[in-house]
Design a protein around this ligand. Sequence first.
Ligand code: IMP
Ligand code: MG
Length: 190
Amino acid sequence: MQEYWKNEPIRCLIGRDEICRMVRRLAGEISADYANLVETEEPLVMVGILKGAAVFLSDLVREMSIPTAMDFMAVSSYGASTTSSGVVRILHDLGSPIQDRHVIIVEDIVDTGLTLQYLKQHLAGREPASLHVCALLDKPERREVAVDIDYLGCEVPDEFLVGYGLDLDERYRDLPHVAVIETAGEGEGS
Ligand code: IMP
Ligand code: MG
């Protein structure tokens, strides 16, 4: 298999094995906390935030041991820039109502926290039975508003990351690992 990214100016930060371990651990924690849903046969609603969380969510649900339902929302965040606009807008809404359902918002990465803060407030207004957050990555240094992350993969440094769903202008979402963009001069020398 030709791994095109080997020629790209990026450096691996979290390898695919480590991602696999985090996904399994998170799926285990969530499955244990919602184990009672198995008896009620009521699926846990996993809401992936498009597009970044699509890869993570699809891996996560396959490691879970309780029934889940997948739904998606798309919100505007960064556009073509690598800094937050601070404006959150719903571009695509859930396909089904969540009233009285147990819901987990699934995010790829929490940066300023603005997206999650808005989504939590907004979805809470639809009166779910419960509402929690699962994020693969957390950049705590960049936080502008406090948000609780109930299930977290790991913290990452304040660098722009790509891969495993994360993009730079729609590029690199398909990488199996999480990588950092190399800036000019990095990686040179002895
Ligand atoms: P927040 O509202 O600033 O927390 O932004 C969260 C969203 O910004 C995430 O869902 C990502 O789509 C995007 N984002 C934040 N940091 C990165 C990054 O390092 N690489 C790619 N996308 C990012
Ligand atoms: Mg994005």
